[in-house]
Write a protein that binds this ligand. Sequence first.
Ligand SMILES: NC(=O)c1ccc[n+]([C@@H]2O[C@H](COP(=O)([O-])OP(=O)(O)OC[C@H]3O[C@@H](n4cnc5c(N)ncnc54)[C@H](O)[C@@H]3O)[C@@H](O)[C@H]2O)c1
Ligand SMILES: CC(C)[C@H](C(=O)O)[C@@H](O)C(=O)O
Ligand SMILES: [Mg+2]
Length: 369
Amino acid sequence: MYRIAVLPGDGIGKEVTRGAVKVLQAISDRFGHTFQFSYGLIGGEAIDREGTPLPEQTLHMCKQSDAVLLGAVGGPKWDKNPPHVRPEKGLLQIRKEMNLFANVRPVTFYESLAASSPLKPHVIEGADFVIVRELTGGLYFGKPSERRVEKGEEAVVDTLFYKRAEIERIITFAFTLAQKRKKKVTSVDKANVLESSRMWREVAEQVAKRFPDVQLEHMLVDNAAMQLVRSPKQFDVIVTENMFGDILSDEASMLTGSLGMLPSASLSVDGPALYEPIHGSAPDIAGKNKANPLATILSAAMMLRLSFGLTEEADVIERAVKQVLNAGYRTADIAQHGDFVLSTTEMVEKVKDAILDDVAIERIMQVYV
Ligand SMILES: NC(=O)c1ccc[n+]([C@@H]2O[C@H](COP(=O)([O-])OP(=O)(O)OC[C@H]3O[C@@H](n4cnc5c(N)ncnc54)[C@H](O)[C@@H]3O)[C@@H](O)[C@H]2O)c1
Ligand SMILES: CC(C)[C@H](C(=O)O)[C@@H](O)C(=O)O
Ligand SMILES: [Mg+2]
């Protein structure tokens, strides 16, 4: 049995996690696995109901689970809350409390979505890279982070803080991943300005010595932002600090045409991992059955593969997504003029159908081939 903690969160988080759970149930039916789903509050809804963005009960449930599936948090309703009762604080707290330092954001080009991207097909065709984002340090967690009065003037400060060991572990993770891929690491920093980036670069050089089969290049983050749209096919594994990774991964989603396509895994050295789409709660489309569920469904596939070792089942989900896209089914965010637009729930049903077809074909192949 696999114990999955489901944290729907706010806005479309509820809609896309509902869809991913249905897909996992289809996998469970077909492969005979037992997924035990437990639900917890996080983010704005948790604030409304429990007065805190991450209730202790939620954190305990997640720590006791085998993996966590999260939707998204946040929304205008809570945007003026004090810092400690913002929905996003709950997300940062669960990342820190579960030591989820390694955030893996794969960026995959889908042939059938070439027209959905704002980038030219020849630029993106074949692009396939992973952004490895340090997730529990940097500006997000550095202290002080406060407003103050300095020499009679109102001022404010945030702090970009990393221990050398935190930098070393994420870069080591990136090199280990690159060894299993195309053996190239692009370390992104702002070493021409930031001291933290100069240490980052030193550590990358030191770690590289332990991976002689992996190529290391350094790239300044402003150049990297430009290179992502100019020539994304050059990348294999990008490793970078927290804030840069947040920004670059949303930009990278445009290779697929939508934020609604990118999954993520947040991993720790030990203990359960957390899987979530990189997008947010999308208040502008929340409750309209318009959200693209594929990023969350693909995050569930990452869960099966990375947390449960169910590689065939993960492959089935990823193949089903590709089949549905190849068949021309689109949610509004990836639709072109003239496409038949599916709702969130309709897209989920198409993925479930493809899973059932895929498994049927697999069974036939096993029997007759
Ligand atoms: N991991 C998270 O929980 C997470 C991530 C990012 C933003 N947020 C929060 O979400 C709220 C809204 O932030 P935002 O609008 O800047 O970012 P967002 O990612 O929610 O939305 C950005 C744009 O992308 C679209 N979009 C996002 N996901 C989509 C999907 N699955 N299908 C179709 N379209 C999709 C939205 O409609 C919107 O136009 C904020 O409160 C923010 O803090 C949460
Ligand atoms: C909601 C916000 C705190 C979060 C982040 O910046 O990490 C989000 O943008 C993400 O990418 O998961
Ligand atoms: Mg983000």
